[in-house]
Design a protein around this ligand. Structure first.
Ligand code: C2E
Ligand code: MG
Ligand code: MG
Length: 727
């Protein structure tokens, strides 16, 4: 009895056995075979495109009825049902990057070897590695195109490729080795316990076909699989061809036509394969092998053309890695690429049905989920991704935490074009970032207006930098015991031509996101150093003052950071010990290993390092001890708690004691009342900063205060006259 519903067949891209041809039809040995069987059985076939790991995941979940070209293994037998009749036997070959010493299986020890993710060779190679006591570093890839790309670009040393994969046109700098990986037997597979009818029909047909030399089985095999191991022309082969030609002349005209036909067919086949590769490359990302933006847009276009109910059950998750730029710039592009490969690998583990995972470029990935019940399903996926990204990884001796921010957009009648969905998911992602990173945000229409405001802010900021609209205010830092002024913190403000003075809270986050913080940060450092040097020259009491400058992660991680600081000190004539750099605790936590060396070099120049907003991150004390730091700046949230009689000052006290024990000074931020100041002084805090002493003030006011040797006019019972200066 014919099947009532179409048979959903998974087709991944593995020419010549199975692939999508240039008109986006399934082609190759397996499609031809199954189409012939389906025709006789009266099945209608629905071919579904997926990459290899996703095909297997969909088959396991029953979203596909049948999968072609699956090698048998006992492990897989527990996940799927296989047809009994072996379609054919196969094996795989190790390819190596030219110049890499890979001659025997033992040479794979310690080498980076690309293997098809969830592929049979992966399992075999792992077993072989155990048996031979070697440890290759496996790099899973979604298909052989991605594998050859990694090999060609030198990102892996070797790769395991099925013997049928067309390699006559040998990729650049890649050679075939003599290492063969375990023969395997290729079958059809169905979800466990389902579709027995399909498998037994396939077995019946295969048995008949294999016993008849003219059957479609042999025709398809001749068309697609024959002769693929032929090496490029050599003299032996030329001689063979000569003999062949002589015998052809002898056998006459018919033979000639047959050969011509055969050559033509081979040429067509080779052309088809090249076109298949081009087609694949056009729709996939070079580095990760994931679908690219074009493929994502095509898929969205198809969905949006469907009836409304279906189009609206989709969610688009836009994922952006936190701090990717910083890692890429500081550890190099090769490490950056490995990070992206790892990201792609982790996303692929999602294994969700009706899901397309794409890389848009840079560190931006998209997960498209279809046929969802509601938005909660999308939120669950987002939470899974966030958890997965939290697992740290080691790259070139550095521990790196991926971390990412996710924007979610839910399909609705509002969306007519794919680009609108991507735009809104991007906007929501940005919201997740500004809300503190490593989280998700769901798009709401209000965000669109805010995003356009942000865009204009970004443009205005660029202009402001060009037109020098930034100014610095300086806030005093005071020795709590002697009440002497010890330094000034430089705090940037934006003198907006229309909107007046704007606080850093309004523009620093955007400057950080866009990278503008780097040129802005250098301007601040140079200006502050120059200003303090002027005051030191003008006022003798200012000789020992320091100027504190806030430094962002992107700036500190610039490869020539220390050299640029040297340049500023030389140009301005400021001594290294007059400069204090404030870096946030979170910056230290995220980039511990990459900053340690920089900090050491700064310390060599007597430049001070303060940990700003201390207590808001989660530094481990033992680890702080190892870094070359000068001061802990206790966040003002803790100072504020000192005025609340319910809250114990224990935390602040602990911080001060800790700082002292590891040889650091402590500075309390945000002192607003006399009570707070006295309390901190009693607890032994070294320095203080806050409105009680003074607000950040423009240059002219600071100049005046220094000139008059008076910093503030409040009465302080502990201190006669309440003046900080003169000393
Ligand atoms: P921060 O480095 O922790 O600077 C101290 C902030 O606390 C300043 O805010 C200052 O005005 C404020 N403040 C000082 N005393 C008190 C007080 O008693 N009470 C209260 N409520 N606040 C007080 P501001 O100037 O708005 O700067 C905010 C943040 O912006 C800074 O925090 C810093 O993280 C960032 N920032 C400012 N200038 C720069 C810069 O040049 N580069 C970078 N990368 N960041 C900067
Ligand atoms: Mg600061
Ligand atoms: Mg601070």
């Amino acid at each position: 009895m014919a099947r009532q519903t179409p048979v959903r067949v998974g087709v991944c891209h593995n020419p010549p056995k199975v692939f999508w041809d240039e008109s986006h039809h399934p082609a190759g040995f397996f499609p031809e075979l199954i189409q012939a069987i389906a025709q006789q059985e009266g099945w209608s076939l629905e071919f579904v495109e997926c990459d290899w790991p996703n095909c297997l995941a969909s088959l396991e979940q029953g979203d596909l009825d049948l999968m072609l070209d699956v090698s048998y293994s006992p492990k897989r037998d527990r996940r799927f049902d296989f047809n009994r009749e072996v379609v054919f036997a196969s094996w795989s070959v190790v390819y190596a990057r030219r110049g890499t010493q890979i001659e025997s299986i033992l040479d794979l020890d310690g080498k980076k070897i690309a293997v098809l993710e969830d592929g049979i060779q992966y399992e075999s190679l792992k077993t072989m590695a155990r048996e031979f006591d070697i440890q290759p570093l496996f790099v899973p890839v979604p298909d052989y195109f991605a594998l050859f790309h990694l090999l060609e670009s030198g990102k892996v040393d070797g790769g395991v490729v099925n013997r049928f994969f067309p390699t006559q046109v040998e990729p650049k700098n890649v050679v075939k080795t003599n290492i063969l990986i375990k023969p395997d037997q290729v079958h059809f597979a169905t979800p466990e316990g389902q579709n027995d009818d399909l498998l037994s029909a396939i077995d019946r047909h295969l048995a008949i076909m294999k016993s008849s030399p003219n059957s479609i089985y042999y025709q398809a095999s001749d068309r697609w699989l024959a002769g693929l191991d032929i090496q490029p022309v050599n003299w032996r082969r030329m001689r063979q061809l000569g003999i062949l030609a002589t015998s052809l002349i002898a056998t006459g005209f018919m033979g000639l036509i047959l050969l011509w036909n055969h050559t033509l067919r081979r040429e067509i086949q080779a052309r088809n394969l090249i076109q298949a590769r081009l087609q694949h490359d056009a729709l996939h990302d070079d580095l990760t092998g994931l679908p690219n933006r074009t493929q994502l847009l095509q898929r969205l276009e198809q969905i949006l053309q469907k009836p409304q109910r279906e189009a609206h059950r989709l969610a688009l998750l836009f994922i952006d890695l936190d701090q990717f730029k910083v890692v890429n710039d500081s550890l190099g592009h090769l490490v950056g690429d490995q990070l992206l490969l790892e990201m792609a690998h982790r996303l692929r583990c999602l294994n969700a049905a009706n899901c397309l995972i794409a890389r848009l470029g840079g560190d931006e990935f998209v997960v498209l989920l279809e046929q969802l019940a509601d938005i909660h399903a999308a939120v669950q996926v987002a939470e899974w991704i966030l958890q997965t990204l939290k697992i740290p990884l080691w790259l070139n001796g550095h521990e790196v935490c991926l971390g990412g921010s996710i924007g979610i957009v839910w399909g609705s009648e509002r969306y007519q074009r794919p680009a609108e969905l991507i735009r809104d998911a991007d906007i929501a992602m940005y919201r997740a970032k500004t809300n503190g990173r490593s989280r998700y945000a769901i798009f709401i229409p209000d965000m669109l207006a805010q995003a356009s405001q942000r865009l204009s802010l970004e443009n205005e900021l660029r202009k402001a930098l060009d037109q020098q609209e930034f100014v610095l205010h300086y806030q005093p830092i005071v020795n709590l015991t002697t009440q002497e002024l010890v330094g000034l913190e430089a705090l940037v403000r934006w003198q907006h031509p229309q909107k007046g003075l704007r606080s850093p809270a309004e523009f620093i986050p955007v400057a950080e996101e866009t990278g503008l913080i780097v040129p802005l940060g250098w301007w601040v450092m140079e200006t502050a150093a120059q200003q303090l040097r002027r005051w030191q020259v003008t006022f003798s009491q200012a000789t020992n003052l320091t100027v504190s400058v806030n430094v962002s992660a992107a700036q500190l991680l610039e490869p020539n950071f220390v050299e640029r600081v040297d340049g500023i000190l030389t140009r301005t004539g400021l001594g290294g010990k007059s400069l204090m750099l404030e870096i946030t605790e979170s910056l230290l936590i995220d980039h511990a290993s990459s900053t340690c060396q920089q900090l050491q070099r700064l310390q060599d120049r007597q430049i001070g390092i303060s940990i700003d907003d201390f207590g808001t991150g989660y530094s481990s004390f033992s680890y702080l001890h190892k870094l070359p730091l000068t001061t802990l700046k206790i966040d003002r949230a803790f100072t504020r708690d000192l005025s609340d009689s319910d809250k114990s000052p224990k935390i602040v006290e602990t911080m001060i004691v800790l700082a002292r024990q590891i040889g650091l000074k402590s500075t309390a931020e945000g002192i607003e009342t006399e009570q707070q100041r006295l309390h901190l002084q009693k607890l032994g805090c070294d320095f203080g900063q806050g409105y009680w002493f003074d607000r950040p003030q423009p240059v002219a006011v600071v100049h005046q205060r220094l000139a008059e040797a008076i910093w503030f006019c409040r009465k302080d019972p502990l201190f006669q006259g309440g003046t900080i200066l003169p000393r």
